[in-house]
Write a new protein. Structure first.
Length: 198
């Protein structure tokens, strides 16, 4: 009886391991709250498709994020009090003068590097020339609180591929709209988040 019990326990343990293994393999890693550039989510994520308000412009693609070393440049301020003297009517006079100068430095830091790839389609090339092109605008928000934009257009018949890269993105969003060959004019489908570091 004891021998049979041991066999049953062994089978049960093996079953538990077999069941748990697929779950672990498909598990999603959720980072701790307050993510920084050093703890940002990495990997490749598909996004879209997203559309303009009239569904005549369509964008989709992927975002890839990886940890990588990069060099940053900065300036360091130096100050020093020096004694400045001069002669006045046969008398030597002196006073302290503050001397300020800057030196350039660089250092290697580790951060997240991202690449955004997209495919932009234009399904309306006629009508008002102000709205004959498809536009996609990306907003990149970084960990230092700043943000910047990248925009691409497609005024042709066939889909066009675009891309850009950068570093230390906390959040990336995209907006698809209509416009001319110079700038987006309207008809936006709203902002859609395609990457978040947290």
């Amino acid at each position: 009886m004891r021998f049979v019990s041991r066999i049953l326990i062994g089978v049960g343990a093996a079953t538990a391991i077999a069941v748990a293994a697929p779950v672990a393999a498909n598990a999603t890693v959720v980072p701790a709250a307050g993510a920084t550039a050093g703890t940002a989510v990495t990997g490749t994520t598909q996004w879209g498709p997203y559309y303009s308000a009239d569904h005549k412009a369509k964008a989709s693609g992927e975002v890839s994020v990886e940890r990588r070393n990069h060099k940053i440049y900065y300036k360091k301020k130096h100050t020093k009090w020096v004694k400045h003297c001069w002669w006045y009517k046969g008398t030597k006079k002196c006073k302290p003068v503050k001397k300020v100068w800057w030196t350039k430095h660089s250092k290697w830091v580790r951060g997240n590097h991202f690449t955004v790839d997209s495919k932009l389609s234009n399904h309306k090339r006629w009508g008002d020339r102000r709205y004959r092109c498809a536009w996609e605008t990306f907003k990149v928000e970084t960990f230092d609180g700043s943000s910047y934009y990248r925009s691409f257009d497609n005024c042709g018949r066939y889909p066009e591929r675009h891309g850009f890269d950068g570093k230390n993105a906390e959040r990336i969003s995209v907006k698809v709209s209509r416009g001319s060959g110079h700038s987006p004019k309207g008809g936006s489908g709203g902002w859609h988040e395609i990457y978040s570091a947290s």
